[in-house]
Design a protein around this ligand. Sequence first.
Ligand code: SF4
Ligand code: SF4
Length: 308
Amino acid sequence: MNRREFLKKVYDFLVMSYLGSLITFEELDALEKSINKPTIVWLHAQSCDGCSTSLLEGEIPFEDILFKFANIAFHPTIMAATGEEALKQLIEAKDVGDFILVVEGGIPVAMPHACIFGDRFITDWIIDLAKKADVVIAAGTCSSFTGICAMDGMYTGDVSLKRFLRDNNIETPVVNLPTCPMKPHHFLYVFFYFLKTKKLPPLDKENRPKEIFGETVHDRCIYYHDYQEKIFAKKIGDRGCLFKLGCQGPVTYNDCEKSSFRYDKYNCIKSGHPCIGCGSENFPRKIMFKRYDDEREIKKYKDFKRIL
Ligand code: SF4
Ligand code: SF4
């Protein structure tokens, strides 16, 4: 793929992810040529690497995007350096500052030795690096809201990145990109927005970009008409709205029905599966498919926290 084809592919992806208004092709071209590329330091806290994998296994070569539009100082999965050489990058970033810090995974405050780089706990690295970063991106639901890392039976005492920074009096701006795993275009949206404006996009009270998380999955669902007409599926595979199968779309803010993985062809509901609310602050619920029978239940449901 030559340079122009590559840029066109990136631009097409942004347009298909409804992010075309963010940046013009000419601006994308200029950013790629720029010699002042932002530095990214990407840490894995308590994570399964799913958010990185989702990004790197995307339908366009995200690895190339990261390398062409940014200077990747540290990313455990894709950096070439190892051992002392890799740690040097972290120490240099900590000393110099001026970078985007991305943290994937929950922060294991009760068991910080669960994640160690070199001879330091992840918690110590995050404190030092977040103080010097321009912005901090919480990649995925675990980092944004603790997610799977804080479900019943976990002993690591995870907190979200936002709470961890607040508890350590760090005021660097944070953006949350929940979804399990993080969606590639969510990261690109924040990344290109920051590249273009040197600011974070408008955020909601949960520090999520309003452009992406402003509506529920339900608001844009292909079955919304069926929902209104009370045409409900009785089992997976039936035609109709998945509400009675426990769909969490009505209480989950995300753009899944507006833009999906793999060029809008697939997502949970289009594949016939109810939304399990993986981008929600209440994920994972004890009962994953809470069934509710009428709209009054939704209001009640919104008030529950992890106890269903
Ligand atoms: S399938 Fe889920 S998100 Fe779609 S209309 Fe039904 S309840 Fe709403
Ligand atoms: S539809 Fe629901 S479960 Fe599926 S990706 Fe979106 S938020 Fe997650």
